[in-house]
Design a protein around this ligand. Structure first.
Ligand code: NAD
Length: 492
């Protein structure tokens, strides 16, 4: 199930030809891939790297299995279990692909070059340079949306990258240990132990559920005196959480949260954040608006994504992109509209689908097929051309050669007949705490909605099977067993 996400089995490693060239092959085009997230990695996984000089550029030298990131914030899963080094992925490709750990800061569409900056702490003599490309695949994803709300960047934690999950894990324990400090005033204990999550999408809901589990399973046992004061509040601007799920599952999630003592504030829009409080506007049932101030110890901001500066800049260089707001508008073959030799996948591309990992990985796999086919097409066209030229020179061999040409032309037609990208939705899953999950899964021609403990087992097995490698799968399973047997590790 959910095989559409694309990483179900990753054990078909092929060994590369050891005599391969590490220097670029001047007869091949340079294909640059930006990013190492769901879209780019799905693309690289399926791409036949022997057809191009492949260069991968990303500030992150690993692929991150983001669906399990909320579990890292409480130590239920250790972060290295959901990371897969990019060089490890590239090592098993048919032909060598280069990797630069760097941030691509600008794509110059006229000169066809990419400016890159080494973003590591240790700088070499060269830390800024340019990489030319013949073909470019942009899969840089998106960044956290703050909507310009004052104080968000300074005071809240995001939940997008491994370092975010690590920062949250440290901050939770900081709040707990400070709340347990001798002679702490009761109102300060309440503030420190109030964990506020803004955004009722799947990220916010899953994090709130994991947090509650952590307190109920572990903190309660280890620091029982402060445990009763622990509180989780989820703030959502819309009338309900998880808008992409069916009504039945939304109701189930909200009632489960009530049982778990997770306070949900819907129709509540955060307007300002300070180092200790969240200021929000609540719309009452009568439509009247009122303001509230909520003190917090930890604030997690999960209100969705927005464009990265490199994407905004790229769009500004292409006149056909001027009306696109949410990202690079692509056609049904994922070509960036109005561009020359640029394709886009994942959250930075607007192809008419929600920006999810499932969409990104299907786009990446589709584009790899397209690139493999393009290379095969060129190869066949060359062969047909060579044979046709020979035909004129050697009239005696025409029968055999005409037959061969006809065969090659048939192959060519088949390859060129690649259907446009079409997303096949496999379903949505979310963990909601207390060993319960919700699932809206595509089944035959309809949808199956389910929630509860059995769905949680399904959630676990689906996520386990979707992990990138067997190594990841084993590590995640061991982390779950470890947390169950010995509890989560609360050391900072
Ligand atoms: P999201 O965009 O799904 O949800 C963000 C929520 O924040 C929205 O409901 C919005 O109304 C609310 N919001 C925005 N500004 C606010 C404010 N000022 N005050 C209060 N609420 C505010 O974001 P996400 O959960 O980070 O997900 C991002 C994307 O990734 C989505 O497409 C999602 O479907 C996908 N995703 C899926 C899963 C899953 O399927 N399990 C998990 C994580 C993410």
């Amino acid at each position: 199930l959910l095989t559409g996400v694309g990483f179900v089995i990753y054990d078909g490693y092929t060994d590369r030809n050891p005599e391969e060239q590490f220097a670029p092959d001047p007869t091949k085009k340079t294909l640059v891939v930006l990013g190492t997230g769901w879209g780019s990695v799905a693309f690289l996984k399926k791409l036949d790297t022997s057809n191009y000089n492949v260069i991968v550029i990303s500030p992150r030298n690993y692929f991150l299995f983001t669906p399990l990131l909320p579990s890292c914030t409480t130590g239920n899963i250790e972060h290295r279990s959901i990371m897969e080094p990019v060089r490890q992925i590239l090592r098993h490709k048919k032909a060598h692909a280069k990797f630069y750990e760097a941030e691509a800061t600008r794509v110059d569409v006229e000169k066809k070059v990419i400016k890159i900056t080494d973003n590591s702490d240790i700088k070499g003599k060269v830390h800024e340079t340019e990489v030319p490309y013949d073909m470019l695949v942009v899969g840089v994803g998106a960044e956290n949306a703050t909507f310009g709300i004052p104080g968000v960047r300074e005071h809240s934690c995001f939940l997008k990258e491994i370092r975010d999950a690590q920062a949250i894990r440290t901050k939770i324990m900081d709040c707990v240990e400070t709340a347990a400090f001798k002679d702490q005033a009761p109102e300060e204990v309440d503030r420190l132990l109030h964990m506020v999550v803004v955004g009722g999408g799947p990220t916010g809901v899953e994090f709130a559920g994991e947090l509650r589990d952590f307190f109920d399973d572990d903190i309660q046992k280890l620091i029982p005196d402060i445990a009763p004061r622990f509180k989780v509040t989820l703030i959502e601007a819309l009338p309900n959480v998880l808008p992409m799920f069916s009504k039945q599952l939304i109701d189930y999630t909200e009632s489960t949260f009530k049982e778990e003592h997770i306070n949900i504030l819907t129709k509540t829009m955060v307007k300002k954040v300070t180092d200790r409080t969240v200021e929000a506007e609540i719309t009452g049932p009568d439509g009247k608006k009122s303001s509230i101030t909520i003190p917090y110890g930890l604030l997690v901001w999960a209100t969705g994504n927005t464009l990265r500066p490199i994407v905004k800049d790229l769009m500004a260089q292409i006149p056909a992109q001027k009306d696109s707001r949410r990202g690079l508008a692509v056609n049904e073959y994922l070509v960036v509209q109005g561009s020359r030799d640029i394709w886009a996948v994942g959250d930075c591309a607007v192809a008419g689908y929600a920006p999810t990992a499932q969409v990104a990985s299907q786009e990446g796999a589709f584009l790899a097929r397209l690139f493999n086919n393009m290379a095969k097409t060129q190869d066949l066209e060359q062969k047909i051309h060579d044979l046709s030229t020979g035909l004129n020179l050697k009239p005696g061999d025409t029968a055999a050669e005409t037959q061969e040409i006809a065969g090659l032309e048939k192959q060519l037609r088949r390859i060129k007949d690649i259907k446009p990208f079409h997303y096949s939705h496999q379903g949505s899953l979310a963990y909601i705490g207390s060993e319960k999950a919700v699932a809206d899964v595509a089944w035959l021609n309809g949808n199956v909605a389910s929630g509860g403990k059995l769905t949680y087992l399904f959630w676990r097995s689906a996520y386990l099977s979707m992990c990138f490698s067997t190594r990841n799968r084993v590590l995640v399973a061991l982390d779950w067993i470890k947390a169950k047997l010995y509890g989560r590790d609360i050391s900072r």
